[in-house]
Design a protein around this ligand. Structure first.
Ligand code: AMP
Ligand code: ZN
Length: 112
């Protein structure tokens, strides 16, 4: 998508601090970390949010979760939270599907 920040990061047009990359997805550290470890995992293809996950692209999401598990192990993270905000009320600021992975501090429930 032309004017999408995360499409540009996925294409390497905007730099990111990469944690993991393959042909399907990219993991990189969040520019404004909300925990001692905070990275994002995005599909390389543009999917607007969890609300746009369909049978045709569901395998991308399944793959991303295998990457989350793999990267967490590589980073030595045993306890973490995975978050995906959908829409304005939930606080989605970038309209390209992404999963936040947060770790390294105590977390509260319910989230704010
Ligand atoms: P959300 O608000 O759930 O849509 O999450 C978007 C996330 O992207 C926020 O946590 C931002 O800090 C993060 N972010 C925005 N721009 C960049 C960037 N250039 N590199 C890394 N993370 C970014
Ligand atoms: Zn995009």
């Amino acid at each position: 998508m032309n004017d999408c920040l995360f499409c540009k990061i996925a294409a390497g047009e905007i730099p990111s601090k990469k944690v993991y990359e393959d042909e399907v997805c990219l993991a990189f550290y969040d520019i404004d970390p909300q925990a001692p470890t905070h990275f994002l995992v995005i599909p390389k293809q543009h999917i607007a949010s969890c609300a746009e996950v369909k049978e045709e692209n569901a395998s991308v999401v399944a793959h991303i979760f295998t990457v989350i598990a793999k990267v967490a192990k590589q980073l030595g993270i045993e306890s973490f939270r995975v978050v995906s905000n959908v829409g304005d009320q939930a606080g989605q600021s970038v309209k390209h599907l992404h999963f936040h992975v947060l770790a390294g501090r105590d977390m509260t429930w319910p989230p704010g």
